[in-house]
Design a protein around this ligand. Structure first.
Ligand SMILES: *Cc1c(COP(=O)(O)O)cnc(C)c1O
Length: 487
């Protein structure tokens, strides 16, 4: 079946998967969604025998239907190779009674690598298929992890440039060091004096600024996005939900065909939405537990039906989830209603910062405070020796609350989104108050000793690398900055 994509906010814009990937965001400011969600065309039993690449092909070919078999396989093979430090790509690890799907074995040690290892290949292929001659400029707002993963993915890829904006005071020391030391002639990184929402809103505005786009097209550039607003980010994330299910069955923790829960540490709602697509494609999923940190807009939304960003933006120990405007929720709203309703609701959000939307769905909102997050890390470490990063720990703490509330005994997978080394300072602080004030880079060595694991190669010695990107700009100056960079 051929799947076309349309905007969440209207019905006029119909494009193929590859066109949606090149464009990133729809003309009307909406997000591209598949017109219908395809069902898997293989018996679920088969997934246990497939390796990650094979599974990726079987799943992606159902969604990205205008890519040929040869194109898709080439993209998959170039993405999921020895850039990952395990052949499994996304191993399921058991610690105590918990199942962790570790999505941090790629080059930047966070789950963004799962999609951003393949997106550049999908995008380049798409540009060729659609006769795009301009240079593709990837504009990216990051809460810390997307930026680095996108930089790694696009560095020195012909025909592309990448510009990343991160909140100057809103990312971990390791995250920042990873970004500002990025090599590659086509890369550009700037801190902004604002938070992630400011960066994301400004970037989305550039995408819908027709005058600016026309001017830059004259100069030979078109924009695209590496954020999860791009369907090319979302589609590859569907794969690992199937993969986790297969591994659960293989390890004897789940009977083939039985239902499973996933608990997902959530910010922009991209990761968990991929789980929703997996379910709608035929994966037996019971609940999707959406775990937030203190910026618990989504928790409130799923509990009350009111989405309200009129609140203080809090800086927490899980910075990649410090978000009030979760872009991908728009896609869920569309799937639960239609484009008229979605457009109206998004209009309300931009005018008043709140909206109401009541619908039954399979999501459950939970959240964890900083002390709860720290306690989860410490307790699990003391019980099992397994060290979670701060984001994964939000999910673990949230899941424990969910169990307390519901006594649900459905097998559960906690989606583990980052290596603890990426947030070593806070992880150590959680484990032992003696480490309250360690230097963020010394923390890597200490964590290695305490946990008996090796510092991941990509961040070893990162504090000694040369800083190549020093720009810091005001939050309303993004579009000027972009214009100046693209002379
Ligand atoms: C991006 C990120 C998240 C949030 O994922 P979304 O898709 O934005 O919901 C959670 N944890 C880590 C470590 C991340 O980098």
């Amino acid at each position: 079946m051929n799947i076309m994509f349309k905007s969440t906010r209207g019905d006029s814009d119909h494009v193929t998967a590859s066109q949606a990937i090149v464009k990133g965001i729809a003309e009307d400011g909406g997000l591209y969604i598949p017109e219908s969600i395809p069902s898997i065309d293989f018996p679920l039993e088969e997934i246990v025998q497939w390796d990650y690449r094979e599974l990726a092909y079987r799943v992606l070919k159902l969604v990205l239907t205008d890519y040929t078999e040869e194109e898709l396989k080439r993209c998959i093979d170039s993405a999921y190779d020895d850039k990952f430090d395990t052949k499994l790509i996304a191993p399921l690890v058991r610690a105590g009674e918990n199942n962790f799907l570790e999505l941090f074995h790629g080059k930047t040690i966070a789950f963004k690598d799962m999609a951003l290892s393949i997106l550049p290949h999908l995008l380049k292929t798409a540009a060729v298929k659609n006769g795009v001659n301009e240079e593709i400029v990837i504009l990216t707002a990051t809460s810390g992890d997307t930026g680095k993963a996108a930089l790694e993915g696009f560095a020195d890829v012909d025909g592309t440039r990448i510009i990343v904006f991160f909140p100057e005071d809103g990312v971990s020391d390791v995250q920042k060091a990873q970004m500002v030391t990025q090599q590659g002639a086509n890369t550009c990184v700037a801190g902004i004096k604002g938070n992630f929402d400011d960066a994301q809103t400004a970037v989305k505005k550039i995408f819908t600024d027709n005058a600016l786009k026309a001017e830059l097209k004259e100069r030979g550039y078109v924009f695209s996005s590496a954020n999860s607003i791009n369907i090319g980010r979302l589609a590859p994330q569907i794969v690992y939900y199937f993969y986790a299910y297969g591994q659960m069955v293989k390890s004897g923790k789940l009977k083939m065909g039985d239902k499973i829960n996933f608990t997902v540490p959530t910010g922009n709602f991209g990761n968990i939405l991929a789980g929703y697509y997996a379910k709608n494609m035929g994966l037996p999923v019971n609940k999707l537990i959406c775990a937030s940190n203190d910026n618990k807009v989504l928790y409130d939304f799923f509990r009350t039906g009111t989405y309200d960003i009129n609140r203080e933006f809090l800086v927490t120990v899980s910075p990649s989830m410090d978000i009030l405007i979760s872009s991908n929720l728009e896609r869920l709203l569309y799937h639960l209603s239609d484009s008229n309703k979605t457009k109206a609701v998004m209009q309300e959000l931009s005018e008043s910062g709140r909206y109401e939307f009541n619908a039954n769905n399979e999501f459950v909102g939970e959240f964890a405070t900083i002390p709860e997050t720290f306690k989860a890390i410490r307790d699990l470490f003391e019980e099992t020796g397994y060290v979670m990063d701060t984001h994964t720990a939000v999910a673990k703490a949230a899941y424990d609350k969910y169990i307390e509330e519901t006594k649900d005994n459905t097998p559960n997978v906690i989606v583990s989104t980052a290596s603890p080394y990426k947030f070593a300072k806070d992880v150590l602080k959680a484990i032992d108050s003696n480490y309250d004030n360690v230097d963020p880079f010394e923390a890597l060595e200490i964590l290695s000793r305490v946990s008996g694991t090796d510092i991941p190669a990509p961040i070893k010695g990162i504090d000694k690398k040369e800083v190549l990107h020093k720009s810091v700009i005001e939050k309303d100056a993004l579009s000027e900055f972009v214009k100046n960079k693209l002379k």
